[in-house]
Design a protein around this ligand. Structure first.
Ligand SMILES: N[C@@H](CCC(=O)N[C@@H](CS)C(=O)NCC(=O)O)C(=O)O
Length: 237
């Protein structure tokens, strides 16, 4: 049986979960990994990040790689194009979601905790997010889907990325750029009402609420300090 190691608030994991839901792959179990964030996890998985797809003990990291693998193993229903040019366009939009928006948002997310803010980091990464939402505004479909008039891998990449922009960017002091990008805003309103995006967003919001509670009650800072100390100890020699 295949397993996806995942976490509610992990946007990269959410990308793969949304694809699994859309393809109806009930045979893939979705679990939170034991030891996540510990030296043991990094020992077992060199990149040390989720998602990881466990295929009978063969561990595969990286959301985009997993997404492409699942398309090859389970080709129907297809979330790629009907012709190569369509597939190339779907992958382009997915890369805008992953590389140009989500990677910057993910690096920026630690800046949402006011006491550790670094304005230079916010200006650099936040500036990239704003620029890339404007680029997306010129590329995105006008019919409620990222492209091709149906749910594709591009939507799976964009939904978690736009969730992060809407819910995390304002906490760094920057305005949500989706509001000023009419086509992205219309897409965002529409896609949230679709079944698989809605399910994925419930999980992301649940994860965000849990994280906010851990931050409020001081547990998150303690967890981060312990993880950093354990990691430094493990990497001593
Ligand atoms: N490029 C990776 C990024 C994965 C990633 O950064 N995952 C985060 C959770 S959303 C993580 O595991 N972070 C742990 C860490 O940074 O140590 C992918 O697409 O899967």
């Amino acid at each position: 049986m295949m397993k996806l190691y995942s976490g509610d608030l992990s946007p990269y994991s959410a990308r793969v979960r949304m694809q699994i839901y859309a393809k109806g792959l009930s045979e893939i179990a979705i679990e939170r990994p034991a030891h996540f964030g510990t030296p043991k996890f990094r020992q077992d998985f060199p990149i040390g990040r989720i998602p990881v797809l466990d295929v009978d003990g063969d561990m595969m990291p990286e959301s985009e790689v997993i997404a492409e693998y699942l398309e090859e193993i389970f080709p129907t229903p297809s979330m790629l194009g009907t012709i190569p040019r369509e597939t190339a366009h779907i992958r382009t939009i997915a890369r805008v979601g992953d590389i140009y928006i989500l990677n910057n948002m993910f690096m920026l997310s630690a800046q949402s905790r006011a006491e550790t803010r670094n304005q230079g980091i916010i200006d650099l990464l936040g500036g990239q997010v704003v620029r890339n939402i404007k680029a997306l505004d010129r590329m995105i479909g006008r019919d409620g889907f990222a492209c091709c008039g149906r749910l594709t891998m591009a939507d799976c990449a964009l939904v978690p990325a736009l969730f992060m922009v809407e819910n995390v960017l304002p906490a760094t002091g920057l305005e949500d750029p989706i509001k000023k990008a009419g086509n992205v805003a219309a897409y965002w309103t529409a896609i949230q009402k679709t079944e698989h995006a809605a399910r994925t967003l419930v999980e992301l919001h649940r994860g965000l609420e849990e994280r906010r509670e851990l931050i409020r009650n001081g547990t998150f800072a303690k967890m981060m300090a312990k993880a950093a100390a354990d990691m430094a100890e493990a990497e001593k020699d």
